[in-house]
Design a binder for this molecule. Structure first.
Ligand code: TRP
Ligand code: ZN
Length: 885
């Protein structure tokens, strides 16, 4: 960064907006050379503003001002000033009409913010601060306005013209152009503004709300995608129904629109009445989309829909409050997915993500609280901490209050703050007021970064029939601080007898035995706290932090035998899976140790037996089993280590997998056969998904170990699969095997078959880039010159560069340092094209802490190289400068 360092924004500096905008009337003229935007803003001095200024300062980036007038009178030169960051109108009245005309160049935008072109269509992305790239405005979420938008464009090229709210007028204009006018009756911040123009076709559906209102549902796609809308529309209807049933929230406009675009920085965007989706998060049909894509679509459609209440009707006061809408909405979509599918599996997937990626973020250089206190670039704070930990925090409130009081709290929150821009404190206050539960200490979760660590100690006194549990907590980010205070942690707990049955939990002698609960949410509020349970007849096994009731690390106190017991007997599905993960991780870790010391390697036979037990079990739920069959990922093993040796971890994990393949071949083949359906129609229900997952895991384990019977099965599955889940699973198994010629021919066949479908090509790219076998850096670099690659398209960048650097760890971390250099080269390239993507991509280079000095030095060298670039974006500058030691 050669210029002055970018400015840091602080929460403590928040001030109410000095002006408000009651009405926003926009007029867009879309052309092939650019777009003209005329705005008419009804501006008024904010009576509540702390600070009064005579000037009006508006945000604006890369705008060409054509004209400006107040109350119909053009301003002369001394009455306004255009700056890098916007526009200042000098000496304004208390109320006035501001008219601006600006010229923008959507065709030249590669950062995919503001109004831009994606293939043949115009579309917008305004969150967080993209609206200022469209016109001069008070681009902040606490300025809410009623929008009327008129779009004019060539009728043949852009027959469809969309914006928020209801269509109120349309007509033809001269020289082949037409216009459509939209009115949004709800006040909203400008980050929820959207516009789409294109040659799209619509797939329509309808939903009747609980109160009997008819809502048109309309999905707009490019013509070739018309058969990929069904799943999103049915997910949408299920979400609308769920939000009525579970939160009592109905949709509030007569039309709800979804548009799919190919070039998009994130998954999707909740613009009022006009959600815009990344194609890869909304388009699906059985032969092109995998089960995990089906589930991702269901979750994201729900997420964006749920924002209509948690985000749009009640929005954020400022961007420090981002988790107010994101954490709450992720909690809502996770509950929805849990209700639609297997609750246990959903929990396992979410915790896996949290424990690997969010924990790593929380102990890395960009660590921040759920409500950050400062940032340089807000786009860098759309993080796992804001989204996933934020959802955990809401989930803890849910656990502490229980279903009923939580609902009372959310009702009060929506009622009290409808139409307002509020803070996370307002959310917690509503929960507290409705429930009567004191959440003062709980609020710490919003303000303190880092992952708390819980030490568990327990004793059983047979004589006294007393079980004593002692929990102590600490948090690495505040350890030793003078004001270090404990968190309020809901710690879900049970005791299991030797048959795996839950034991009644009696904390006071006067409790009635028969009514004693067998599971408790303990309020763990002290630094160290003891809980006693009476009338425990035999030594029990404790079941700790059931369902992962808080986003913390629990130090493992279990022996391998206890873990085996829990893996077979735990009644909490999540904990049962977790016991298996802990046991496998422990075994992989000791093999890795032996590997580093050149000792003989062997796999604890107890693990093989445990897996055999699972595979032959008649009673275990298949959805749970499908997750239990997956070994802990390399990322998770790295997260567990103090200093990770990636070669040792990779080798040890592969040895365990190969041993399972060898010792359990018969059971795995049987699992494959029993879960294979021939000729059945594809269904994305969770049972079918679990069975496909089981079958494909079995195939993968066997083929990775080089089993030749598995090769025959995989090749057969590859050519005869009738859905993308099975087809790509066979390809993945082949690509990760040592059967080189089969692998190459499968890759070629697959590409020839699917090259016209971008969503499938993305999978084809990432399968190659994540393969530890073929995924050498050279292959990745070659793919970047392939016709299928386009560095301007974020999905392609994620499928190639992102996949390699995040999921091909053995190759990315190669000691030559070439992987790090490759990433830095591309971050530098993308810094100019798309700063948001560049800044997200750089993450693996900021995770050096887990590796040895040599690798840390190599990573630091690349970070320094990036930082010395001229014209570094604020996005990349913030992440890289904070990561340099
Ligand atoms: N609000 C969006 C969501 O979570 C996130 C989002 C979409 C976004 N596109 C973005 C955030 C671009 C920053 C930049 O649903
Ligand atoms: Zn969101």
């Amino acid at each position: 960064m050669k210029e002055a360092q970018p400015r840091t924004i602080f929460l403590k500096d928040y001030q109410k907006p000095p002006f408000l905008i009651d009405e926003t009337v926009l007029h867009f003229d879309l052309n092939e050379q650019g777009a003209t935007v005329k705005s008419r803003l009804s501006v008024r001095r904010n009576p509540e503003a702390e600070l009064t200024t005579s000037d009006l300062t508006l945000d604006g980036v890369d705008l060409e001002l054509v004209s400006i007038a107040i109350d119909g009178v053009a301003l002369s030169e001394g009455q306004y000033a255009v700056t890098e960051e916007g526009l200042k109108v000098i000496g304004v009245a208390d109320t006035f009409l501001l008219e601006c005309e600006t010229l923008i160049k959507p065709q030249e935008i590669t950062c995919l913010e503001g109004l831009y072109k994606s293939s043949s269509m115009f579309c917008t992305q305004c969150e967080a601060e993209g609206f200022r790239r469209i016109t001069y405005y008070l681009d902040r979420p606490d300025v809410m306005s009623r929008f009327t938008t008129t779009i004019t464009a060539d009728k043949t090229l852009y027959p469809v013209l969309l914006s928020n709210g209801n269509e109120v007028e349309r007509g033809d204009l001269e020289s082949g152009r037409h216009f459509v006018r939209w009115e949004d009756p709800f006040r909203k911040p400008c980050y929820l503004f959207a516009l789409v123009a294109g040659d799209l076709l619509n797939i329509d559906d309808q939903y009747v709300t609980a109160s009997g209102r008819k809502v048109s549902l309309r999905m707009f796609v490019e013509p070739q995608n018309k058969d990929k809308c069904e799943h999103a529309l049915s997910s949408l209807k299920a979400s609308m129904k769920w939000d009525e049933d579970v939160y009592g929230r109905e949709y509030d406009l007569d039309i709800f629109m979804i548009v799919a675009v190919d070039d998009f920085n994130m998954g999707a965007m909740e613009n009022k009445g006009l959600n815009i989706f990344n194609s890869s998060c909304v388009l699906a049909k059985p032969d092109t989309a995998t089960d995990s894509t089906y589930q991702r679509i269901e979750a994201i459609v729900a997420h964006e829909y749920f924002h209509n209440w948690s985000g749009n009707r009640v929005t954020c006061r400022d961007w420090f409050q981002l988790s107010l809408k994101e954490g709450f909405t992720v909690f809502r979509d996770a509950e929805f997915s849990a209700d639609m599918n297997s609750r246990t599996v959903k929990r396992i997937e979410d915790v896996n993500l949290l424990r690997t990626a969010q924990f790593a973020e929380d102990s890395g250089p960009m660590s921040h609280p759920v409500r950050p206190s400062s940032f340089i670039e807000i786009s860098n704070f759309y993080t796992l901490t804001i989204y996933e930990k934020g959802a955990e925090v809401v989930g803890m409130i849910h656990r502490l209050l229980g279903e009923e009081l939580f609902r009372k709290g959310s009702d009060l929150y929506f009622e009290r703050h409808d139409g307002q821009a509020v803070t996370t404190d307002d959310f917690v206050q509503a929960m507290q007021d409705a429930s009567g539960k004191d959440l003062t200490q709980f609020k710490r979760w919003y303000d303190i970064a880092g992952t708390p660590v819980i030490d568990v100690d327990y004793q059983y006194d047979e004589q006294a029939q007393l079980f004593t549990l002692t929990l102590s907590q600490s948090c690495p980010s505040t350890e030793g601080d003078a004001d270090e205070k404990p968190f309020h942690i809901p710690f879900t707990f049970a005791l299991l007898d030797s048959n795996g049955c839950n034991i009644p939990l009696i904390q006071n002698d006067d409790a009635v035995f028969a009514n004693a609960p067998t599971e408790l949410v303990l309020d763990f509020v002290e630094t160290e706290q003891t809980f006693k349970f009476q009338h425990i007849e035999k030594e029990p096994v404790p079941s700790l932090l059931r369902g992962f009731s808080a986003p913390v690390k629990v130090k493992n106190t279990f022996s391998r035998d206890q873990l085996l017991f829990l893996m077979m007997n735990e009644t909490d599905g999540f904990n049962r899976w977790d016991a298996g993960q802990r046991l496998s991780a422990d075994i992989i870790q000791s093999i890795a140790e032996d590997y580093m010391h050149g000792r003989a390697l062997n796999v604890d036979a107890r693990l093989v037996n445990a897996y055999r037990g699972l595979l032959v079990s008649k009673s275990i739920d298949k959805a749970l089993l499908s997750k239990m069959l997956m070994l802990p990922t390399e990322s998770y093993l790295i997260e567990l280590a103090d200093e990770a040796n990636i070669e040792a971890i990779h080798h040890a994990r592969n040895l365990v997998r190969d041993t399972l393949a060898e010792k359990l071949k018969i059971e795995l083949l049987r699992c494959y056969q029993e879960n294979t359906d021939v000729g059945a129609a594809y269904s994305a229900d969770f049972n079918s998904i679990a069975r496909r997952s089981l079958k494909n895991s079995a195939l993968n384990i066997l083929l990775s170990a080089g089993d030749s019977d598995a090769l025959v099965l995989a090749e057969k599955q590859f050519v005869s699969a009738t859905n993308m889940t099975d087809e790509s699973a066979a390809l993945i198994a082949l690509v990760n095997s040592d059967f080189v010629s089969q692998r190459e021919s499968a890759l070629n066949t697959f590409y020839a078959k699917w090259k016209a479908d971008p969503q499938v090509v993305e999978q084809w790219l990432s399968i190659q880039c994540t393969s530890a076998k073929s995924g050498t850096l050279e292959a990745v670099k070659r793919l970047m010159t392939h016709e299928a690659f386009d560095i301007k398209n974020p999905n392609k960048v994620r499928s190639v560069i992102g996949a390699f650097c995040n999921h091909n760890l053995i190759n990315f971390h190669n000691l030559s340092g070439e992987g790090y250099q490759f990433l830095a080269d591309n971050v530098i390239k993308l810094n100019k094209l798309n700063p948001q993507i560049a800044s997200r991509l750089v993450t693996p280079l900021t995770r050096g802490k887990k590796f040895n000095q040599e690798r840390q030095a190599l990573m630091q060298a690349q970070l320094h190289r990036i930082l010395s670039e001229e014209n570094l974006s604020k996005d990349v500058y913030e992440v890289v400068s904070k990561s340099i030691k």
